[in-house]
Design a protein around this ligand. Structure first.
Ligand code: PGA
Length: 249
């Protein structure tokens, strides 16, 4: 039984006061009976305050990236130990914005996944094709390569989440259809089955991400291989994020 996960990726949004405003409102909406696990991945500067304000709720905390080294002279970077000490249980790895703007490669994704698993952080590994790749009918090949190289030499994927995020659907308002998302996510599960065996592959949660909104979440989440979502824009408002959490019932 895979428990759905609805994760908010705040990207580079929200100051401390905006974070407090969101949290004060959002915790009041939660009843505690929601079926989905609820995760917030704020910027690093808001981790502490989200951690404080989520106490006595079921909200989980995650970060948007991590460095693979234990510690050291890496200006601007944050380690797994720092995230864990800040209350994080999850970390997003390989987001397409990291891949596009900040030189993330399958090799760095691989190092980050390895370190996170070693430390006990749950990686949410993002994969997905660009529009030209889909139009050239290369989407399966692209995603397969991202998975095979991202998980190279990783023997156990028990504590891993995968997020399928077609790049053309991120922040564009143009979501994949439920059928497109289901087709790819089923394919991802087949790749995982080839690598790790069918029963392991059945345990892994595969999220959909890309222009999720209260209006489309229920239909997308009703597909059998879609175990929740990674939500960008719509996670910035307590009401819309909560509606998406409820859609995963
Ligand atoms: P979006 O972003 O929901 O704003 O499309 C999703 C993501 O980048 O994780």
């Amino acid at each position: 039984m895979r428990i759905p996960l609805v994760a908010g990726n705040w990207k580079m949004y929200k100051t401390l006061s905006e974070t407090k405003e969101f949290m004060n409102h959002f915790v009041k909406l939660l009843k505690g009976s929601e079926k989905a696990e609820v995760l917030i991945c704020p910027p690093y500067t808001s981790l502490y305050v989200v951690n404080e304000l989520r106490q006595n709720t079921k909200i989980k905390l995650g970060a948007q990236d991590v460095h693979w080294e234990e510690e050291g002279a890496y200006t601007g970077k944050v380690s797994c130990n720092m995230l864990i000490a800040s209350g994080c249980e999850y970390v997003i790895i390989g987001h397409s914005e990291q891949r596009t703007y900040f030189h993330e490669t399958d090799e760095t994704v691989n190092k980050k996944i390895k370190k996170s698993l070693e430390k006990g952080l749950i990686p949410i590994v993002c994969v997905g094709e660009t529009l030209p790749q889909r139009e050239a009918n290369q989407h399966h090949e692209v995603v397969k390569k991202q998975i095979i190289e991202g998980f190279k030499d990783i023997l156990d994927i028990k504590n891993t989440v995968i997020a399928y995020e077609p790049v053309w659907a991120i922040g564009t308002g143009r979501n994949a259809t439920p059928q497109q998302a289901q087709e790819m996510q089923h394919y991802i599960r087949q790749i995982l089955a080839e690598l790790y065996g069918k029963s392991k592959a059945e345990e892994i949660r595969i999220l959909y991400g890309g222009s999720l909104k209260p209006e489309n979440a229920k239909e997308i989440f009703s597909e059998p291989d879609i175990d929740g979502g990674l939500v960008g824009g719509a996670s910035l408002k307590p009401d819309s994020f909560y509606q998406i959490v409820l859609a995963a019932q």
